[in-house]
Write a protein that binds this ligand. Sequence first.
Ligand code: BTN
Length: 275
Amino acid sequence: MKPPPATSPAPPAPLSQESILKELTTGRFGRTLFFFPVVDSTNETLRGLAGRGAEEGTVVVADTQLQGRGRRGRQWFSPAGEGIFLSLLLRPRHAPAKCSGIALLAAAAVSRAIEDQTGLRTEVKWPNDILLGGRKVGGILAETGGDETGERYLVLGIGINVGGGEFPPELEDRAVSLRMAGAKNPDRPGLIAAILGRLEKLYRVFQGSGDLSPALDFCRDRSATLGRRVRAVGPGGEISGLALDLTEEGGLRLRRDTGEELVVMSGEVTLSPAG
Ligand code: BTN
């Protein structure tokens, strides 16, 4: 997909604490909200707050990040005025093994919110990349930690390419922004509020019963992964196979060429060319 012509529309509307709070429809998520023009990483800032006892639902948003973190130690491209860089604090009551699927809740919420706000149809590449036209428009980084009382917490970091389109050369072929994909006037406060609203609903169900199924159903429907041959790189090494389904816990069920079926719970997949 080519960047828009030189007559491209104005950059996304400015972000502020006020502009986000005005759009919020949530009960708890984002009601305690910190906005910073610039931080190293919103995940890092929120981890600091979490360690000092911040409550579940606390959100940190920044206009730009100097050291935005991606998965697997990568950097997250975070240009000023052009993206959403948001972290949300969760204190799940379920055992850690059950919580690995929470990032999938976030993927479903982000994907759905983008669709609601822009009318663009997204895809979810397991475990939590959001794609438009096969290119990455958003990603999620879930990090766990413990606060000073020893209570565990989870920071969900969400990054979305909203405006711009000037990606560094190494991302040029793989990344896209909402505006490059055709969104006319991407509204960052509205999109943040929509993400938090969707996420709060899904998380409430999960906290109540441990059920991920509403998010799983959405991710199955929008999956860029299922039915494709994939190579999954995880803690246990590399596995290739056909992606069959998502499990109840949010894992990816694969069938190897030997016929053996197995479940990958975390890691990163590379999709083989379709066809
Ligand atoms: C990925 O690699 O796909 C995950 C990217 C996550 C980026 C977001 S931007 C807000 C939050 N703060 C960070 O430092 N990273 C996450």
